[in-house]
Design a binder for this molecule. Structure first.
Ligand SMILES: Nc1nc2c(c(=O)[nH]1)N=C([C@H](O)[C@H](O)COP(=O)(O)OP(=O)(O)OP(=O)(O)O)CN2
Length: 131
């Protein structure tokens, strides 16, 4: 019997400021701003008893909650990124960890993914396997 894998994606964005303080990052060592388009995808094998991966309102709410502390923030001042570089990869890792920790008991999801578009020519993604 075949298994159907369903995915639900919700979108949002954050405006942040940060600096990447290593010569590795060239001019991005200086403080600069970025608008990150964020996409969160929730994945389930089959659908739940309501015929959904999860409620869209719940998904957008979870993403909004995860992004709230980062909106208009200078990431250089945020404890989440202390001692590390607030690269797009680290930002999506943080969002994915926050989303994972916010999922309700018995969510039944198989995985979640977070993608951020840093600019029109670059994006990063992370996938968290939940089972
Ligand atoms: N893997 C990543 N690389 C870089 C990130 C990142 O988040 N992940 N971020 C930056 C900067 O914040 C910015 O987005 C781009 O800065 P820029 O100096 O234009 O960087 P480029 O690598 O595109 O170009 P250079 O040739 O290094 O100037 C940088 N890298």
């Amino acid at each position: 019997m075949s298994t159907r894998i369903f995915r639900l994606t919700v979108d949002d964005h954050i405006m942040i400021a940060h600096s990447l303080q290593s010569p590795f990052f060239g001019p991005a060592q200086g403080l600069h701003g970025a608008t990150l388009s964020i996409h969160a995808t929730f994945e389930r094998a089959g659908l739940d008893e309501h015929g959904v991966v999860m409620d869209i309102g719940e998904a957008t709410g979870l993403l909004d909650q995860a992004l709230a502390p980062l909106r208009y923030a200078n990431l250089d001042e945020r404890p989440e990124f202390e001692g590390t570089y607030s690269t797009t990869e680290k930002v999506i890792e943080h969002i994915a960890e926050t989303l994972t920790s916010q999922l309700p008991e018995g969510h039944g999801l198989r995985a979640l993914e977070v993608e951020a578009e840093e600019h029109p020519r670059a994006r990063a993604e992370v996938r968290v396997e939940l089972v």
